[in-house]
Every structure is written in C-alpha cells, then in structure tokens.
Ligand binder design. Structure first.
Ligand code: 0L1
Ligand code: MG
Length: 260
C-alpha cells in the first residue's frame, strides 16, 4: 500500500454522495492508486456512513457480466457494500439525492447463514442462502461523466447508490440459476435480456468470489444480508419519470421509478 490518505479520499467521496455533487476521479489527482488503496478508501467510506447513523444491509458485486464490463471498460469484478439507507422500500428513487443515476437488474441472494473463509464454493453459497430474489440496483458514480478506472470505482463503493429488492423469491435449489431469465424494460422498451449464466457462468460462484475476497481480509458475509451478484445486462439512465422493470422467470417483477 502507498502513502495515500485513505480518510481524505473517503471523506471526498462521502461529501460527493451526500451532497449529490459529482467530483473528479481520484486517479486524475493521484498517480499510484493501487487496488489495496482503493479497498482501504472504500472501507473508510463505509465507516463514515456507519458513523453517520447508517447500518450494513449487505454486500455486492459489480461488473460480473460481459455486458457490464464492456459498458464500463473495466474487465474484472469489483466488490462493495450495501448500506441500509440505500435500500428503497417504496420503489421510488429520489433524483434530487443522486447525481446521474442509472438502473440495472440484479440477482440477489438473501443469506440464511454466515459465509466465511477463503475456500467458499458456489455449493456453499447455495447451502447458506435462504432465498434468491430479483432486484434493481440504482448505481450513481460519484465521478464526472460516470467515468472512472478500476481503482476509482472500487474506492467509490462500486457506484452503489440505491437498491429495490423484490418480495417474491425462491429457495436457491428450487430454480436453475443458470437459466433463470431476466428481461429488463425501461419505459416499456426492452433494453436487455439475459440468463443467470451471464454472471461469470453462475451467480452463486459470483457470491463465492465475494465471500473469498472478504475472507482474505478476515471478514465474512453474514446471515440476513442481501448480496447482489451483479447485473446481467447493461445499465440504463434513470431520469425523472423513468419507469424501469426487471421481469425474472421464477422471481417475479421489480420496478423502480425516478422522481424529481
Ligand atoms: O453494480 C455494478 O455493476 C457497478 C459496478 C461499477 C461500475 C458501474 O458504475 O457501472
Ligand atoms: Mg450492480
């Protein structure tokens, strides 16, 4: 790790998110931001949210599909946190709290048991999962023009901003997650279709990657958390009046609406 001031950059991103004000990417100002530095900034950012009264609802992966990796020009998965305050319960994303939001469907695991260690497998994930549900994530990069490098987006908690979690769901072994279908519709137009296999071949393997990443840092995924495995199709802008619906085979539908 370098001598980069993680607390400073965490505060920079915290202020950006809470003030709904875009900022210059960190790597435009710092030459040598490593992946370890970026996760250290992300950890400090989470601490700021917790110190300001938030709690932790879960964790997430981003960039687990070819569609997302190509859209953002970043070729590997990233890991982040889901603060409780980002979970929307009324289906409305308030745009005055956001910068330039986009929305994307998510396959979501609700854990019934902890997942710890560094050798977690997709089978372990299925064993530890209470339910798989559909969701829509609202991402909102804090960076100008939604443009960043791998380390920038890690520091920025992988653009996490809001999430809507569906209330229908199935047991993890009651559905074939690889052929689970997702149709993403924005303002009545289908913008993407995919199956669960779009997420690195298997959404459960994605969650295992996240568990093993945390395991290396002495952390774990906890029972009761929501875990977003990633978006199987690319994200779309969420503007005032935009209505986005993700329709899943077996998991029902989830809708988010953008509101000024
Ligand atoms: O959840 C995601 O896939 C976001 C990952 C970060 C890249 C982006 O902002 O799209
Ligand atoms: Mg996502």
């Amino acid at each position: 790790m370098t001598s980069i001031d993680h607390s400073h950059w965490a505060q920079y991103l915290f202020d950006s998110a809470t003030g709904a004000r875009e900022v210059q990417a960190i790597t435009k100002q710092v030459d040598d931001l490593s992946i370890d530095d970026a996760y250290a900034i992300q950890a400090a950012l989470l601490e700021l949210h917790l110190a300001n009264g938030d709690s932790l609802a879960g964790a997430k992966l981003g960039l687990t599909s070819a569609a997302k990796q190509e859209q953002m020009g970043v070729a590997e998965p990233v890991y982040g946190w889901v603060p409780e305050a980002t979970v929307i319960t009324d289906g409305i994303a308030r745009l005055d709290e956001l910068i330039h939001p986009r929305c994307e469907p998510e396959i979501v695991f609700i854990l019934g048991e902890d997942l710890a260690g560094t050798n977690v497998t997709g089978d372990d994930v299925l064993d530890a999962t209470a339910r798989v549900v559909g969701g829509i994530e609202v991402i909102d990069s804090r960076y100008e023009a939604f443009s960043f490098t791998l380390t920038d987006v890690i520091a920025d908690n992988t653009s996490a901003a809001r999430v809507v979690i569906g209330d229908e769901g199935v047991g993890p072994r009651d559905v074939d997650l690889l052929t689970l279908g997702c149709v993403f519709e924005v303002d009545g137009k289908i913008t993407g279709t995919a199956t669960g296999a779009a997420l690195l071949g298997d959404p459960a393997d994605c969650v295992a990657l996240l568990a093993n990443h945390l395991g290396k840092h002495g952390q774990k995924l906890e029972a009761g958390w929501i875990i977003m495995a990633g978006a199987p199709v690319d994200a779309r802008p969420l503007g005032a009046g935009t209505v986005a619906t993700a329709r899943y085979s077996h998991l029902g539908s989830v809708t988010v609406t953008g509101k000024d």
